[in-house]
Design a protein around this ligand. Structure first.
Ligand SMILES: [Zn+2]
Length: 556
């Protein structure tokens, strides 16, 4: 073999040069490269690890070297090759064994460096004396400045070729996503993946697909909380074998309901692609659902399994009461983490009804006079301040998102005119983007309304204070809790009764003597509380149709 003939003649020369000092303690480094495989059969053979291992064995004999450490190997090709575990191990080994290793054996100098960082390290090790020699079949590189320059040139040349390869690979992957038009990931709930590896397609699941669509349609009505939609989905037959309860939980649905891929549009490498698989839902339905979601999310969302969990302290130990459900009835009980409850066998279960009645009784005693009303008004303006700032911030962020969406629309127009997108693709992507922009704008309007009406609604709330009790009974759990939090603090359950302190300034409202001079009474001509928008309390739940309906129906 020509290569080895050359190798042998070099060997004699090297041996003569190195008479004084032998740098014979070596480790070896082998690497398989993807670009070599593309250069034809001959290169393929040179590239194989067997060949490279074979060379190491021969080199040890011919150069009269001693292998004093491991043979480091990297056999990954393509993208994975950028993670070179073997190479990193080699560098660590050389650093840790400085003075114990003289050189590296490898079949080609270029195999030591796929990028400037790798090459830089090898050059640095040559310069600072960590290594003195690099043994290849065609040349032994020494630590002389001339050889260092040669090593640098070899590295630079191999870097260039590897850059070309890298660029080709990235382009190939991009065009693959473009031609595939199916997301390169397992199908989401409602779809199944079909076809051979590398050409998998998303197909609508004939059984689950229509059910998922139904979930979107139901949720778009705005009548569901996440828990309720999860329950609905489970009842229709959307079940999960991995779940203990049999259904998908509310967080899964929260994610599913926001997944744009159901409209046939997906993201790949930051690019939005109009897919060729069948959309499960229309873009119109998707954004209707996003609007309902933003009602849930703005300004903030609270999920409560139990209305009064962690609100009442246990009168005995001071620990928080938490909710539990037994045969459909909600109870609260002490967590028994402190003494004396910790040592007690019995747990007292307080039915939610009983707890609520106890609260109601006290609320019914609230009356309000002019002076108090004024005081409370000022207080309300003050407590709304942080939330108003919050809303301003949200509006600013939403504005930025709109700008980003508009830039995307310009970019899509550019791509369409450059022929990178077909007319259909452009239309679909552009429809999606405009709907998204609309949805963001709607959310801004909502936030602005909330900001503007926040004080007003709170004032009306105070005006209608007499209705609190009735409203409280009808309210959704999160609103009940919020109302309690507005009025009360230091809640405690003791001796079978709820006790608490009225918060400033509501302590003035409570415990007034009966028949005191009150400004507004229950039988006055007050307007019912307006449920135009999800607040009193800024929680989304008040916009819930069930609540609004219940309120009207109560005849207040
Ligand atoms: Zn306790």
């Amino acid at each position: 073999m020509k290569l080895f003939a050359n190798f042998t003649s070099r060997l004699q020369k090297i041996n003569m040069e190195n008479n004084e000092q032998k740098y014979d303690r070596v480790v070896a480094y082998l690497r398989k490269s993807s670009e070599d495989n593309l250069k034809g059969e001959a290169n393929k053979q040179l590239n194989s690890l067997e060949y490279q291992r074979d060379f190491v064995k021969k080199a040890l004999v011919l150069y009269n070297l001693k292998l004093v450490g491991p043979i480091f190997e990297d056999d990954k090709t393509g993208y994975e090759a950028f993670v070179r575990d073997g190479f990193d191990d080699l560098l660590d080994y050389l650093k840790d064994h400085k003075g114990e290793v003289d050189g590296i054996v490898c079949t080609e100098i270029s195999r030591l460096a796929r990028n400037f960082a790798d090459g830089g390290m090898i050059l640095w090790y040559l310069q600072n004396g960590t290594i003195k020699r690099i043994y290849t079949p065609t040349k032994v590189f020494t630590d002389s400045s001339g050889d260092q320059l040669m090593v640098a040139i070899e590295f630079a040349m191999s870097k260039k070729s590897s850059d070309d390869t890298g660029y080709r690979t990235i382009e190939a992957m991009k065009s693959k996503a473009r031609t595939m038009k199916h997301p390169a990931r397992p199908a989401i709930l409602g779809y199944v993946t079909e076809g051979p590896v590398g050409r998998k397609k998303w197909i609508v699941d004939p059984k689950l697909g229509p059910l998922v669509r139904q979930v979107f349609e139901q949720f778009a009505t705005g009548e569901y909380t996440f828990e309720q939609i999860a329950e609905y989905a489970q009842n229709t037959g959307l079940t999960s074998s991995k779940s203990k309860t049999g259904g998908f939980n509310k967080n899964t649905w929260r994610n599913r309901l926001q997944d744009l891929q159901y409209t046939g549009i997906f993201k790949s490498d930051g690019e939005t692609i109009a897919g060729e698989y069948e959309p499960l839902i229309s873009s119109e339905l998707y954004y209707r659902v996003q609007d309902v979601l933003s009602d849930h999310e703005h300004p903030k969302t609270t999920h409560l399994d139990y209305t009064y969990s962690s609100l009442f302290k246990c009168g005995l130990c001071g620990g928080m009461l938490s909710g539990t459900n037994k045969k459909g009835i909600t109870y609260y009980r002490c967590g028994k983490r402190r003494s004396p409850c910790k040592e007690m066998d019995r747990i007292t279960y307080i039915p939610e009804d009983k707890l609520e009645d106890s609260l109601m009784t006290a609320f019914e005693q609230i009356e309000i006079d002019q002076e108090t009303w004024k005081e409370a008004r000022e207080y309300v303006a003050e407590i709304n301040q942080p939330q108003k700032l919050d809303l301003k911030k949200q509006i600013r962020i939403l504005g930025e998102q709109i700008t980003a969406e508009q830039n995307l629309q310009i970019e899509m127009g550019r791509k369409f005119s450059a022929g990178e997108l077909t007319k259909t693709e452009y239309d679909r992507l552009s429809e999606n983007s405009h709907r998204k922009e609309m949805s963001l704008r709607n959310t801004i309007v909502k936030c602005e309304n909330i900001a503007n009406e926040l004080d007003e609604l709170m004032y009306q709330f105070l005006d209608n204070i007499k209705h609190v009790t009735k409203r409280l009974r009808l309210a959704l759990p999160e609103n009940k809790r919020e109302m309690i939090e507005i009025f009360c603090e230091n809640l405690e359950w003791k001796d079978g009764k709820a006790r608490w302190d009225w918060k400033k300034p509501y302590f003035i409202l409570a415990n007034r003597p009966k028949n005191s001079s009150v400004l507004r009474r229950q039988d006055s001509d007050l307007r019912p509380f307006p449920y135009r928008y999800p607040i009193v309390t800024n929680r989304s739940g008040l916009s819930h149709p069930h609540f609004a309906k219940g309120y009207e129906g109560s005849g207040i």
